[in-house]
Write a protein that binds this ligand. Structure first.
Ligand code: 2P0
Length: 313
């Protein structure tokens, strides 16, 4: 009746931004991600028959449990259990700031919940449960490189990679982000004249990244990943009113990545729904990349490829 799981956030090389017009939180664009091994969410689920509702504490403070409860409701239905749960979740990185805490958070919650309630599901089914809570969480069920498609009731799956990639995270602020991804992508769909073009182009970029990973071609991966991120942000910026996640330091960091390339270091940037810049590079270059980014960042984290969501207690 109690289990603890850990999961890593992930960064999408091919971005998910937009939902299909069907129930169940299904992406409109295919995505491919890499697990960030240097960052971690640790979540405990404990059923307690004396509770009258689920209680969530996030980094030690009481938090709104609506989305977590919806996930637990699914698992309770599978288990035939009605008891509510105490959920304790800790991130060892800034929460809700665009560093993908919902991905690792809901993946860890899903893994802990099925274990605490004795439900046996395979990883694909666990990924579907996580997707309905937060689509990027479907990817954090798995380690390494992971793809999530756009088919009905999509589940993530691991992707073969012959490329060796390290991600240097350059955090620009430790505060919460401007707007949640869920509402941001709906705003973009409803108001950006570039939305349809973004959705139409995304499968080609995802296919290019998948092929480049299989071929072990870091440069092809990086060029396509940077294009995916900047096209997503172009779509966001064209919304009305504009959805602009960049801060001055974001552009500084993009310039530093270009300078690295001019110096002969293979490095490409990606940016999610926040101001932070995540830089893809070869593992041997990670320290040099982190040193180059540091003057424009409040914190840099070197993330080597991480493993899957797993039970630890
Ligand atoms: C991604 N992002 O592919 C993209 C890139 C943000 C920018 O997945 O509404 O928090 O909970 O399914 O998973 C963030 O979206 O959104 C995200 P919901 P989620 O990583």
């Amino acid at each position: 009746m109690r289990a603890t799981a850990i999961a890593h956030p992930n960064v999408a090389l091919a971005k998910y931004w937009g939902k299909r017009a069907i129930p169940g939180n299904v992406p409109a664009t295919p995505s491919i991600s890499v697990s960030l091994g240097g960052l971690q969410t640790r979540t405990t689920v404990e059923l307690d028959p004396s509770l009258t509702k689920d209680v969530l504490t996030l980094n030690g403070a009481l938090a709104d449990s609506t989305r977590a409860s919806a996930l637990l409701d699914e698992v309770r239905a599978l288990a035939g259990i009605t008891a509510f749960a105490r959920i304790e979740s800790h991130n060892d990185f800034p929460t809700a700031s665009g560093l993908a805490s919902s991905a690792s958070g809901f993946a860890a919650l899903a893994r802990a919940a099925v274990t605490a309630m004795g439900v046996s599901v395979d990883d694909r089914e666990l990924s579907r449960i996580a997707r309905r809570a937060s689509a990027s969480a479907a990817r954090s069920v798995f380690g390494g490189f992971v793809a999530l498609g756009t088919e009905d009731n999509a589940a993530a799956e691991p992707v073969e990679s012959a490329a060796h990639v390290t991600v240097v995270v350059a955090a620009v602020t430790l505060g919460p982000k401007l707007q949640s991804s869920t509402s941001g992508m709906e705003h973009c769909r409803a108001t950006s004249p570039y939305y349809d073009a973004w959705v139409a182009d995304a499968p080609r970029v995802a296919a290019e990244i998948r092929a480049a990973l299989a071929a072990g071609d870091l440069e092809r991966v990086g060029v396509a990943a940077e294009a995916s991120a900047l096209r997503m942000h172009a779509c966001m910026m064209a919304s009305a009113p504009a959805l602009l996640y960049f801060q001055p330091a974001t552009l500084d960091l993009l310039a530093r990545v270009r300078a690295l390339r001019a110096e002969g270091v293979a490095a490409w940037a990606t940016i999610d729904a926040g101001p932070h810049v995540k830089v893809l590079c070869a593992p041997r270059d990670a320290t040099r990349v982190a040193e180059k980014l540091a003057p424009s960042a409040v914190r840099t984290i070197i993330a080597h490829v991480g493993g899957p969501a797993r039970v630890v207690e």
